[in-house]
Structures are given as C-alpha cells and as structure tokens.
Ligand binder design. Structure first.
Ligand code: SAM
Ligand code: DTB
Ligand code: SF4
Length: 331
C-alpha cells in the first residue's frame, strides 16, 4: 500500500522511482512477512539493483580518539563516561596516509576516517581536507565522520574530493532522547542536508541492541528512507559492548532473525542504497552473516578493530566470503 498525501519522487540515481513516503505500518508489514517471503522479496530487489555476489570492503581509522563532549550513551569515546579509553590528538596526515595504504594493501576499497568531535574546528577541518585529498590520491574512496557540519564546512570537504560523509540518525525519534541529550535528532538531519547540498554522498544509519523495541528499529529505517534522498550507504551497527557507558543498563543483543529481518526490510525500502553490516559482526556466526548478505547487506568493515572495539579478524572474513563465493577486494 502506498500512503496517500505524499507523492513518490524521482531519485537521480538511474532515474528510478525511489519512495520517500514510507509509513511505519508498511515497514512493519514487510518485517513481519513469513521469513521465506521476506527473504525472496529482499533478494529479488537486491538482484535488480546490485551484483548479489559482491560485498564492498571498507576500512576504518580513528584519526582523533576519545575526549568527546557529546554524551551518546553507547560510546566509548564520550568524555561523560569512565570507559578507560585514552584520548588522543588529531593524527598527522602522513600517518593517516600510511594507514590508508596498509588498508588498501589488505583489500579495502573505501577508507573511512572518524574523529570524536561534536563538530570540527576550522583549523582541524583544513587538516582533514588535506588527508582526504591524500587518501584519494591513493585511488581509494574516501569517507569521513566528524560530527555536525556547517554548510561551508561541507562545501570545503566536497572541494577536497570527499566521496561520503557518515553521520548516523542512530535510532528512532522516540528512542533517541533516551540515548543522547547533547545534540538533537534535528541537528543530525540538518547536517545530513548540508552534506547532501554540498554534493557529497550520504552515509547514515544507526545502532540496534541498545534496549530499543523492534518498532524503534523500524522507525529508524522509516526516518532514513523518508529523507529527501535515500542515503547512498546505510550502516546497521549492532551495539559493540563498552564498559562504563549507560547503554549497559538497557542493552539486549537482538535475536539473530530480528537482525536478518531488519536488513531485508532496509534492502526493500532503500533498494539502491548500500547496506553495511557494520559494528557487532564479532558476535555474529558465519551463518548469520551469510543470511544478512542474502537479505541484501553488501558492505562490511574489515580489519581487526573498528574505532575502539573489536571486529572479526581478516582471515575469518576472507574465509567466509570465499566459502560463500562472494567477490570483494579482500584477497
Ligand atoms: N563523532 C562522530 C559522530 O558521532 O557524529 C563520528 C564517530 S561515531 C563513533 C560514528 C557512529 O558509530 C555513531 O553514530 C554510532 O552509530 C556508531 N557507534 C559508536 N559506538 C558504537 C558502539 N559501541 N557499537 C556500535 N556502534 C557504535
Ligand atoms: C558507523 O555507522 N559505524 C562505524 C562508522 N560508522 C564510523 C563506527 C563503528 C564504531 C564501533 C565502536 C567503536 O569501535 O568504537
Ligand atoms: Fe562523540 Fe561520536 Fe561517540 Fe557521540 S558517537 S560520543 S559524537 S564520538
């Protein structure tokens, strides 16, 4: 059923009709389909839009760790909590480029640089622009996540050659206030608009496993799918445990099929977006990851650490992709 009142719009990508008028009840109906019907629909949509036997491999680097003034209740890097993490200054450009080269040699096609800031200071942004240009010079796709941006900062990053900006909505509008108080969901949506208007591709998703209900997870997908344009990348993170943060009091690891159903629903609602199975793969069996790929997930982070928490070892990932006949740039 297509909701009345709001029209479907034309998305620039391949001139295809991508909906931005999703109702939560529709998302719920998809999510609750019999498993085989949901998987068939998701895999069909996936095949219409992507090579079903390819998974993108991205690598992450924390270029400025910890000491963050925001109070995101899941995060090891917030200065509001005692997580035992040592804060560092912004890395030198040469070290960042050396790390990008190592990631490329290890099979990463995209390099994502993350900084624990509320928003970048202009002087820091100049440094990051320099890093972006240098990493692009290695022939990799670039992504940064630096917190909130002004329109001018977004333009500066675009001019440096940035491909993607990651800024997550994190969760549903209803659950958001239980997790973060120092910036609003609207602040995040504003930053996404600045990024989009500057001509940078948008990477936006969220986290599950913080104690939210299934309705919140679907509310998050509806929020993402109803943005003026679908994000080109949608990271779905499962909360990676961190000692000392408030989410410990509410966290509950999602039931495996609940994750697969969510990925499939995301695939159907945002057919042309790359869906990234992001944090939390360390807790997932090979079989669960295979089901997520079948449901339409087509990107992962590779490397033993994400920013401050664990990720599966490279050998385990290359062995898994190999056994599934999935092509990637991971040798
Ligand atoms: N400081 C920037 C910001 O939040 O805008 C960028 C870095 S932040 C680490 C990027 C995203 O990682 C967060 O929005 C959140 O969705 C995800 N994240 C952070 N800690 C996580 C954890 N422990 N488990 C899973 N995902 C996490
Ligand atoms: C995203 O959605 N997931 C990545 C990336 N964007 C920057 C971050 C995951 C962080 C997991 C927690 C950590 O390692 O500190
Ligand atoms: Fe800071 Fe980003 Fe962590 Fe929030 S998620 S505390 S903004 S580093």
């Amino acid at each position: 059923m297509i909701a009345s009142g709001r029209v479907e719009r034309n998305d620039s990508r391949n001139g295809a009709q991508l909906r931005s008028n999703w109702e939560r009840a529709e998302a719920q109906a998809l999510y609750n389909l019999p498993f085989a019907d949901l998987m068939f629909q998701a895999q069909s949509v996936h095949r219409d839009n992507f090579d079903p036997n390819h998974v993108e491999t991205a690598s992450l680097l924390s270029i400025k760790t910890g000491g963050c003034p925001e109070d995101c209740g899941y995060c090891s890097q917030s200065a509001h909590y005692q997580t035992g993490l040592k804060a560092t200054r912004l890395m030198d450009c040469a070290d960042v480029v050396a790390s990008a080269q190592r990631a490329k040699d290890a099979g990463a096609s995209r390099f994502c640089m993350a900084a624990a800031w509320r928003s970048p200071k202009d002087r820091d942004l100049d440094q990051v622009c320099y890093m972006v240009s240098a990493v692009k010079g290695l022939g990799m796709e670039t992504c940064v996540t630096l917190g909130m941006l002004t329109p001018n900062q977004a333009i500066q990053l675009f001019e440096a050659g940035l491909d993607f900006y990651n800024h997550n909505v994190d969760t549903s509008p209803e659950f958001y206030g239980k997790i973060i108080s120092t910036r609003t969901l609207q602040d995040r949506i504003d930053t996404l608009a600045h990024v989009r208007e500057a001509g940078i591709k948008v990477c936006s998703g969220g986290i599950i496993g913080m104690g939210e209900r299934v309705e919140d997870r679907l509310g998050m997908l509806v929020l993402l799918a109803n943005l003026p344009s679908h994000p080109e990348s949608v990271p779905i993170n499962m909360w990676n445990e961190v000692e000392g943060v408030p989410v410990n009091d509410t966290a509950e690891r999602p039931e495996p099929f609940a994750l697969v159903r969510l990925v499939a629903t995301a695939r159907i609602m945002m057919p042309k977006s790359v869906v990234r199975l992001s944090a939390g793969r360390q807790y997932m069996t090979d079989e669960l990851q295979a089901l997520c790929f079948f449901a339409g997930a087509n990107s992962i982070f590779i490397g033993d650490t994400l920013l401050t928490t664990k990720n599966p070892q490279r050998d385990r990932d290359s062995n898994l992709l190999d056994r599934l006949g999935i092509a990637s740039s991971l040798a």
